[in-house]
Design a protein around this ligand. Sequence first.
Ligand code: PHE
Length: 341
Amino acid sequence: MIEKIEALQKEVEEFEAESPEQVEAFRIRMLSKKGLIPALFQDFKSVEPAKRKEVGMKLNRLKNLATEKVNQQKEKLEAETRGQAGEVPDLTRPADFAPNGARHPLSVVRNRINSIFEKIGFVVSEGPEIEDDWHNFSALNFPEEHPARDMQDTFFIEKNPDIALRTHTSSVQVRVMEKQKPPIRTISPGRVFRNEAISARAHCIFHQVEGLYIDEGVSFADMKQTLLYFAREMFGEKTQIRLRPSFFPFTEPSAEMDVSCNICGGPGCTICKYSGWIEVMGCGMVDPNVLDNCGIDSKKYTGFAFGMGIERIAMNIFQVKDLRMYFENDIRFLKQFESAI
Ligand code: PHE
């Protein structure tokens, strides 16, 4: 019995196939139900007990070796045919076209806004998205009972009513005023959060760019001229602006700024809802209380502030009617902005 096993072992070790058919014939001869190795397992039943251990081990080793040999020969032949099929890489072939990524349309618009203000000396400042009550509300002159502090509007951190997701990036400007002496010229782009129902025109997460200019003798006329410059750079040189009285706790006087509709140029269309004007931002002269809260002498300095939603402006520029598109990351939508820079 042992000799038989050893003879087969040698045969298995030396086997080299030249075709898949030879491998298959080898497998059938050795391992199929009626093959030589299963036959040895049959004979094993009559081996005397004293020799069982040794014979059993040898037999198992033979079976494993034969199985491995079959797999190894199969792989060897497959690798050879792959090579013969001419699939050696063609080193002279031009490289595959690597598609370029594109900027998200909101980044495109934010970058444009930033660079328009950077040209006239504004510096970008950023701050935390999780804010305390002081930076988001109190320093900005929000009275205790102001509705914007309400649960309806603000996402508070559970168990700590002092901490919330910022509802505007004015909070960043408080941080700048606390740290820096005038003159201050800064813009704060960033993500903001409000507890609003999601629709085509509103989302609970959106993006803003807010601006702040503080120095001696800054006037409402300075603000108007700065914002006119911005509107013309952003929407085209024929753009007109108009300021309507408004209210914000942190500015006095306050205004909403509209730009003449860049789609129809005035007579009215669906984008401007036949008014000829599109609302783009809030603005106003910084309330002296805010300056004092941040350690800036309100007798010496004045300033203006403004804030706009990036989605609004992007919807207008790219004529996207549903704001939710900006958040879905649908590649078919995003691909359309590949050429926008
Ligand atoms: N912070 C205001 C908002 O989020 C915008 C604003 C900024 C208005 C500065 C006036 C001055 O809506």
